[in-house]
Design a protein around this ligand. Structure first.
Ligand SMILES: [Fe+2]
Length: 511
């Protein structure tokens, strides 16, 4: 027993990690298109834009951001055509970016950075400003999303910015709360084949906080329309009124939305008083593993919440891999961590460390592994207690009814042991257009033998095998799968990843 325990406690520990501080410094934008030098070959059929976004500026004047997620959004565009590649990048001209630039200091708070009162105000004015409602950031640096065929860049506040993907110019700022009663939405919506988009966002009212499922129709009736016609189709009350869970994404099958209420909690009282207490938003988020993780399943056509109460031991997930229905069950695959404290570790001062300090930071973070959960949809009072209700012979995931009527879910690992050596996997992507919501075999992600992804991994979830690409000193972004035309093979295509090194920037295409 002891050796097993020791192995568990030390697995994945690494030493002498290379310093990645140069990857976490402010960069210049490249607004004029530049031609890339192409090495190797691009398939002739590959044509279009690869759009990426991330933080690219970490200070204004003497003010510095604290957290990796706080940096100003830098939009990247790779245009690929007939084997040639051009690149350009522009800082998103958000109101936040413009206000910070004009004042040459941080005037709007971000996730891990509290904007300090204007030093030009007198002491009384500075004190009173702590009680003003804070401006919400529109620094939408997390993801590109699509509604009604238009492209937006999104974070998790109530704001999104519509962008022209050809010029990378912002064309409109959109406020979710002007359309529906939500205070924000995730940066990871799901899409039906007809373009209908689903997302989730919280609302905070006198009756407590709710998790809302949002549907945005695909039709664009008027020119210049944004998210008109958006609807809340279901509201799920938070288990704790003042402490809703934080979530970054959710699952979707053909007929159901799966929401995971995890014990990573947002303490609303702490968040509301953060300005007075002189703390950033992030200080209101806490990992509370005394609670279990709960799955909620909602019929996405009727908006009805299913009665099944599905629980598992505490874990945290940021990205779902895929979900599908089979034999009366929802099967949901997620990248999971047993320890939910990783958000606080991703402070810039931690990421910029070197030597033993950097090793210690890396070894303190939980690794992420792909896991499958099976949720039987039609559970009745007559179902036997203590027996596994999952009929799926191909999965060892179980769902056992308890005396109190709850369904206790235990997961199946979707990976071979080798993945532990790769530091686990995150940023999962699939052949979304053809396999989202369907039974599938492959996903692609980044391996984490460092605090940022340092390999690209293809996982076969049926045979539980890995295919790995890695070069020392190269750090790839989330792999994007592009299917080859005319093939129905699930993995017939390429993955695209923007790979950075301390002194180069390149785009990789892997077949
Ligand atoms: Fe994400």
């Amino acid at each position: 027993m002891e050796s097993t325990h020791q192995k568990k406690a030390t697995f994945g520990k690494r030493e002498r990690l290379p310093c990645i501080a140069p990857l976490l410094t402010t960069v210049e934008e490249t607004p004029q298109m530049v031609s890339a030098r192409v090495r190797g070959h691009f398939p002739k059929w590959l044509s279009g834009y690869l759009l990426r976004i991330g933080p690219g500026k970490f200070e204004f004047g003497k003010d510095k951001y604290n957290h990796w997620f706080d940096g100003m959004a830098l939009l990247h565009q790779f245009r690929i055509e007939k084997g040639t590649v051009t690149y350009r990048s522009k800082f998103l001209q958000s109101d936040t970016y413009k206000a910070n630039s004009v004042h040459d200091r941080i005037v709007i708070s971000e996730f891990g950075t509290l904007a300090l009162p204007d030093p030009c105000k007198n002491v009384f004015e500075r004190f009173m400003s702590k009680f003003e409602l804070p401006a919400i950031t529109d620094n939408t640096n997390v993801n590109y999303v699509r509604y009604k065929g238009d492209y937006y860049v999104s974070t998790e506040t109530n704001f999104m910015n519509k962008v022209d993907i050809k010029t990378l110019e912002k064309t409109e700022k959109v406020d979710w709360s002007k359309f529906i009663a939500v205070n924000g939405a995730t940066a990871h919506p799901h899409y039906d084949p007809d373009g209908t988009a689903y997302n989730m966002g919280n609302s905070y009212g006198p009756h407590g906080s709710c998790y809302n499922i949002i549907r945005v129709p695909p039709e664009n009736v008027d020119l210049g329309e944004t998210i008109h016609g958006a609807q809340v189709i279901c509201s799920i009350a938070s288990a704790e009124r003042m402490k809703p869970s934080y979530y970054h994404s959710f699952g979707m099958t053909r007929n159901y939305i799966i929401f995971i209420e995890q014990p990573l909690k947002m303490n609303l009282w702490k968040i509301v008083t953060s300005r007075i207490r002189g703390k950033p938003f992030s200080s209101g988020i806490s990992w509370e593993p005394q609670y279990n993780t709960r799955f909620h399943v909602v019929d996405k056509h009727t908006g009805q919440l299913l009665p099944g109460m599905y629980y598992s031991k505490p874990f945290v997930t940021f990205h779902q891999i895929n979900a599908f229905e089979d034999q009366g069950c929802v099967v949901i695959d997620l990248c999971c961590q047993d320890d939910g404290r990783s958000l606080e570790v991703y402070q810039l001062q931690n990421l910029r460390k070197a030597g033993e300090g950097l090793d210690q930071v890396y070894n303190s973070v939980g690794r992420s592994f792909p896991r499958r959960f099976v949720l039987p949809l039609h559970v009745s009072l007559n179902d036997p207690e203590g027996e596994n209700l999952s009929p799926l012979s191909y999965s060892s995931a179980s769902a056992v009814k308890q005396a109190d009527g709850k369904i206790w879910c235990s997961y199946e690992n979707l990976h071979p042991e080798d993945l532990e050596e790769e530091g686990g996997v995150e940023f999962p992507q699939i052949n979304y257009g053809q396999f989202s919501g369907k039974k599938y075999r492959f996903f692609y992600g980044c391996g984490f033998r460092h605090l940022v992804g340092d390999s690209l991994i293809k996982v076969d979830v049926v045979n539980k095998t890995l295919k790995i690409w890695r070069e020392d000193g190269f750090y790839p972004s989330e792999p994007v799968f592009v299917p080859a035309p005319g093939t129905s093979e699930e993995d017939g295509g390429v993955i695209l990843s923007a790979v950075i090194t301390p002194d180069q920037y390149c785009l990789s295409v892997l077949e």
